[in-house]
Write a protein that binds this ligand. Structure first.
Ligand code: NAD
Ligand code: TYD
Length: 377
């Protein structure tokens, strides 16, 4: 493979994937295709925007004609598809946008890739369509052990120490899809389309389902960056319900590393779950984030605990997510590089060191970055 499109590369996870590929593979041409919605921010890629193997194309994944033309012009061999509407709360308010981008947009990419690749003499040989999905498509797991087993949990599946921290079961690659939110329903639908293109036309596809990501460049509408920013400004921290919901957290760079491993060494038509065996109750994360921000800002211990504000629960709020990533760890040798405590420390430090990024994103100023960047070129 040589010419690779990464969709959604100006977003949170996509920017880490683009950075990794551009730096690690100078022999590839990396095209970052992004519509630059509110979640897309080219400032996330400032450090690599002038590299010779990187190009940005502003495009909507629903624009079939434009994407088909791009496939031909750039002779695309590989697609790593991350572009999506990604926030559950927005999907509850506006499900149509999620169906349009996540379902129709993915279908549009698949159909354009099919037409182009089938027109080549080698057809699908050496080609790959890699679709990035979420563990939320599996629905919610039961909380059979609400007290949990105390961290630190192991991050090495190979050690055989799986911590069923808050329940008896995990999401496996074989777990039946059972999405609850409009977001997860739209992602589930797109996953089905990707697999259907393999089963029907023989397209070389791969799907991965990853747990919650955290780290630098995440839009501050998601729990961790929102709360870091609010603590900074001493604004209330809206905890949904009792704060007892459990999520399984992975440092975003480890997700990008997994995507690299799977894109190159994964088996066609397979599904891989990605996660670090790292379950946390929301309220425990929130207290950890408060303690870390306060320490780094030199505020007295516990100074900001009073910002915790319990609010009405999210509609259809999934109780617990927990990913079993043994297959990826055993078959492809990937494992997370960081323990959660280290990852949170790095993350909080990054947001506090990059206040300008946070302020631009929260004020909306980042949306002029693209226009300014291309002015006069
Ligand atoms: P994000 O919201 O930060 O970024 C999404 C990107 O897609 C933005 O740059 C946006 O401009 C772009 N985009 C949106 N609609 C588009 C369209 N119609 N055409 C072209 N570009 C468009 O999302 P993220 O958190 O980085 O998630 C990336 C992918 O990973 C998504 O597919 C998401 O479902 C999946 N995922 C996310 C998580 C997580 O914890 N954030 C976990 C597992 C899987
Ligand atoms: P979020 O970051 O939106 O990710 P997801 O819904 O995809 O898991 O939320 C993580 C958890 O934090 C989820 O259980 C909802 C909860 N949450 C709050 O309690 N308050 C908030 O303001 C937000 C954004 C999330």
């Amino acid at each position: 493979m040589k010419n690779i499109v990464i969709t959604g590369g100006a977003g949170f996870i996509g920017s880490h994937v683009v950075r990794l590929f551009v730096n690690k593979y100078p022999q590839y041409n990396i095209i970052n295709l992004d519509k630059l919605t509110y979640a897309g921010n080219l400032a996330n890629l400032k450090d690599i925007e002038d590299k010779p193997n990187y190009k940005f194309v502003k495009m909507d994944i629903c624009d079939f004609d434009a994407f088909y033309q791009l496939m031909q012009d750039e002779q695309i061999d590989g697609i790593i598809h991350l572009a999506a509407e990604s926030h559950v709360d927005r999907s509850i308010k506006d499900p149509f946008t999620f169906a349009r981008t996540n379902v129709m947009g993915t279908l549009s990419l698949l159909q354009a890739a099919k037409l182009y690749w089938e027109s080549l003499p080698e057809k699908y040989e050496g080609k790959r369509f890699y679709h990035i999905s979420t563990d939320e498509v599996y629905g919610a797991l039961e909380m059979t052990n609400p007290e949990g087993i105390k961290p630190p949990f192991t991050t090495k599946a190979s050690s055989g120490e799986h911590h069923l921290a808050y329940g008896k079961d995990f999401f496996y690659e074989t777990t039946k899809y059972n999405p609850h939110s409009p977001y997860s329903a739209s992602k589930a639908s797109s996953d089905h389309f990707v697999r259907a293109f393999h089963d029907t036309y023989g397209m070389p596809t791969i799907v991965t389902n990853c747990s919650n990501n955290y780290g630098p460049y995440q839009f501050p509408e998601k729990l961790i960056p929102l709360f870091i920013n609010n603590i900074r400004h001493r604004k209330p921290l809206p905890v949904y319900g009792k704060g007892e919901n459990v999520r399984d957290w992975l440092y975003v760079v480890d997700h990008a590393r997994a995507i690299d491993t799977i894109f190159h060494n994964g088996t066609i038509a397979e599904t891989y779950n990605i996660g670090g065996f790292n379950e946390w109750k929301n309220i425990d994360i929130i207290k950890t984030v408060i303690a870390t921000v306060d320490r780094l800002l030199g505020r007295p211990e516990g100074a900001d605990l009073d910002l915790i504000t319990y609010v009405t629960d999210r509609l259809g709020h999934d109780a617990r997510y927990a990913i079993d990533s043994t297959k990826l760890q055993k078959e492809l040798g990937w494992e997370p590089s960081l323990q959660f405590e280290e990852g949170i420390e790095k993350t909080v430090k990054w947001y506090l060191d990059n206040e300008e990024w946070l302020d631009n994103v929260t004020s909306g100023d980042y949306q002029s970055y693209y226009e300014n960047m291309y002015k006069g070129r």
